[in-house]
Every structure is written in C-alpha cells, then in structure tokens.
Design a protein around this ligand. Structure first.
Ligand SMILES: [Zn+2]
Ligand SMILES: [Zn+2]
Length: 196
C-alpha cells in the first residue's frame, strides 16, 4: 500500500470488458486489496454500463469507492445524466458539440473531470471553468505538457488520474511528476471514501 496517493478517480475495471487494454485481473476485488489510493473512484467506459448499471453501482459502492463513468462522446451525455453516477469523466474533443456536452454534464451539479485533454485535442480556452482538468498518468508524458497546461493554471482546478486498465498501472508516478513541474497542487474532489 502506498499512502502517498490521496485520490484516484480514473480507474477502469473488467466492466470495461471490450477495451483491449483491460486485463482480466483488473477487478474491483484486486483494486480494493491493493489500496493504492486513500480515496478511489471507478470510471468504467459508459457504453458498457447501462445494461448492468445497478450491479455496477452496488459493486463499486460496497467497497467504499465512488461510482463514476468515462463518457466518450457528447451523444452519450443525455443517457449518462439519467443514471445516478457520483461524478463524470469526459473525453472533450475539439468540437462545439463536445464543449456543449461538458456544459450539460456540469449542469448536473456533479463533478466533471476532463480526462487526458491533450490526448483528445481539447482547447482548454473553450472548456467550461467548472470542470476539473486531469493530469493523466497514462498520457501526460506523450505531449508537451509544459506548453499545454501553463496558460490555464489560474482558470481551472486540476486532478491526477491513473487511468489504470491493469493492476500495474495503479499509480500516479508520471502525472505527479508532471504536476510538480507545473506547480499544480491537485484538487481533492472527494475528501473521504464513499460512505465514510
Ligand atoms: Zn479516456
Ligand atoms: Zn480512461
């Protein structure tokens, strides 16, 4: 157990079974046993969740994890808003419809995290300021984060996310290094585990 991680709200499990990066060992049981972060949220890909939503939510909550999802496109926003997620993780692409999708998610009053914005080509000037911007452990090093983030540091609050699809990705090694270089102090959305 690594007590250094306070919050990780971007984690996939076998509920994202069609994602080729998912390993069959990436179960809620193993994530609970590894306890890499003090506060944990699960954000499986939304498209797999509606048919199993009640089981998913119960499975996530009974472990003290917050129940989220990761939404790929704005076309899924209406359906996602109908389900009682605790928070949303959103792929904000560089299109008017996708920025509007972020606004609609914010209208729920629940936390909205813009995941790996550099990898999606998001223009942070157009992302609503109420969104949390992720520094993503899987992707941040692939682009010039020292150019991308600095113009926006005063406008947003930022979070770290592992985007783990397999057990050995359950860490914040690269994203916390990048955040330190950027002078970002990660925001804590949920101070305590679910139900605590
Ligand atoms: Zn993603
Ligand atoms: Zn993800």
């Amino acid at each position: 157990m690594n007590g250094a991680i306070e919050q990780d709200l971007h984690i996939h499990t076998v509920y994202s079974h069609g994602d080729t990066a998912i390993e069959p060992q990436q179960t809620l049981d193993l994530i609970q046993a590894l306890a890499h972060s003090r506060v944990i949220g699960i954000s499986d890909h939304f498209e797999y969740l509606p048919p199993v939503f009640d089981r998913y939510r119960e499975d996530v909550h009974r472990r003290g994890f917050w129940c989220g999802c990761e939404i790929n496109l704005s076309g899924d926003v209406s359906q996602a808003l109908e389900l009682p997620f605790d928070y949303y993780v959103y792929h904000c692409r560089d299109q008017e419809s996708e920025y509007r999708g972020a606004e609609r998610l914010l209208g729920s009053g629940k936390p909205v995290i813009i995941s790996h914005p550099m990898a999606m080509g998001a223009d942070l000037n157009r992302v609503p300021a109420g969104c949390f911007i992720e520094v993503n452990n899987r992707y941040v090093w692939k682009n010039d984060y020292m150019t991308y983030y600095p113009p926006h540091l005063d406008r947003f609050r930022f979070v770290l996310g592992s985007d783990a699809h397999k057990p050995n990705w359950l860490n914040h090694l690269v994203c916390s290094y990048a955040a330190d270089r950027l002078g970002i102090v990660p925001h804590i959305i949920f101070p305590e585990p679910y139900g605590a």
